[in-house]
Design a protein around this ligand. Structure first.
Ligand code: DGY
Length: 325
């Protein structure tokens, strides 16, 4: 019996590739750059399965280009704002993501950014590397303490909690706001205090965002929210760029309304506005989950979802079970 046909918009890693080969006739996008839209539309045509990254927009046009054989879109990311899930469900196309495996890695990175911006690591690296460091000085590149400060978490899901857990070693006060308040045992374990979003904005020294991007969270941090933050506070974003109104953030930074920001995500990636290229802003190219171990696990989950579906099983991390045929 012939194997189902699968298009993967990335070559993935060795282990997931080996697994895929056992179950599918696979076509990979092997280009260095992300494939152009037209290329994806062409290659997905007639396929039974698609493995994609967050750089691919999965909408009605793509589903039409794929044709009626397509049964699954397996996204190699936990966020799935690149996918029109209702359009997939309507066509009985299953959609899966990769929850659970990147929480700790992303939390590590939120902390990497927080520490880097607080202690001016990037400026220091630049000075050391360029040869501009000519002598030690008492007030050279003095940053701000992290330990003992107040960490505000907006969105206490799996990643938010992993970020909070790491704060204990820094003897920080942890306050949070989330659409649903965490259970008392979780609050106790994390030593986290639930507050209104405004109170979190007003009281935190570091605010780390961990809400998913959806209609309710798009533009969540705008001029009014930034105005509530302390002038000494920093904003850390490792979730999705459009959760923050970038123009408002640039304005707040220019006016010294907040002390700085550390950003892994942007409104129109990979575009980064010049207004964010400042010494008090640490910039990263969407690296939150980027460890070899985690990215491999993410790819494996996508592969396992595709295999499960064609074996007649429920894909383990399906987002729209109502699409199962
Ligand atoms: C995700 O999984 O949504 C990340 O942003 C990419 O790793």
């Amino acid at each position: 019996m012939s194997k189902p046909k699968l298009f993967s918009t990335h070559v993935l890693f060795e282990e997931p590739r080996r697994k895929l080969a056992e179950h599918f006739e696979v076509e990979y996008w092997t280009g260095e750059e992300r494939p152009a839209r037209a290329e994806v539309l062409k290659r997905v045509s007639g396929k039974d399965a698609l493995i994609c990254l967050l750089t691919e927009k999965i909408d009605g046009e793509l589903l039409d280009a794929a044709g009626p054989n397509l049964r699954i879109v397996a996204n190699v990311a936990v966020g799935f704002d690149n996918i029109d899930v209702p359009a997939c469900t309507e066509r009985k196309v299953a959609v899966t993501n990769t929850p659970g495996v990147l929480d700790e890695t992303t939390a590590d990175f939120a902390w990497t950014l927080l520490m880097a911006v607080a202690r001016r690591l990037i400026e220091g690296d630049r000075m050391a590397r360029s040869g501009a460091w000519t002598k030690w000085n008492l007030d050279q590149l003095c940053g701000t303490d992290v330990w003992g400060k107040t960490l505000g978490i907006i969105g206490l899901g799996r990643i938010g909690r992993a970020v909070a857990r790491r704060a204990a070693g820094f003897r920080m006060r942890i306050i949070y706001n989330s659409t649903t308040r965490a259970a008392a045992e979780i609050e106790k374990e994390l030593n986290a205090e639930y507050m209104s979003r405004d109170a979190v904005l007003e009281q935190s020294d570091f605010i780390s965002l961990h809400v998913p991007l959806n209609a309710a969270t798009r533009g969540l941090v705008g001029p009014a929210e930034l105005a509530k933050m302390k002038r000494t506070a920093f904003l850390i974003n490792t979730t999705r760029g459009p959760v923050v109104q970038e123009a408002a953030l640039i304005d707040a930074l220019e006016r010294g309304q907040i002390a700085g920001a550390a950003l892994d995500v942007f409104e129109r990636e990979p575009f980064i506005p010049d207004g964010l290229r400042r010494d008090n802003v640490v910039l990263a190219p969407h690296l939150g989950s980027a460890s070899v171990e985690t990215r491999t696990r993410m790819a494996l989950i996508a592969v396992e979802n595709a295999i499960a579906l064609f074996a007649g099983n429920r894909p383990p991390t399906i987002l729209n079970p109502e699409a199962l045929r």
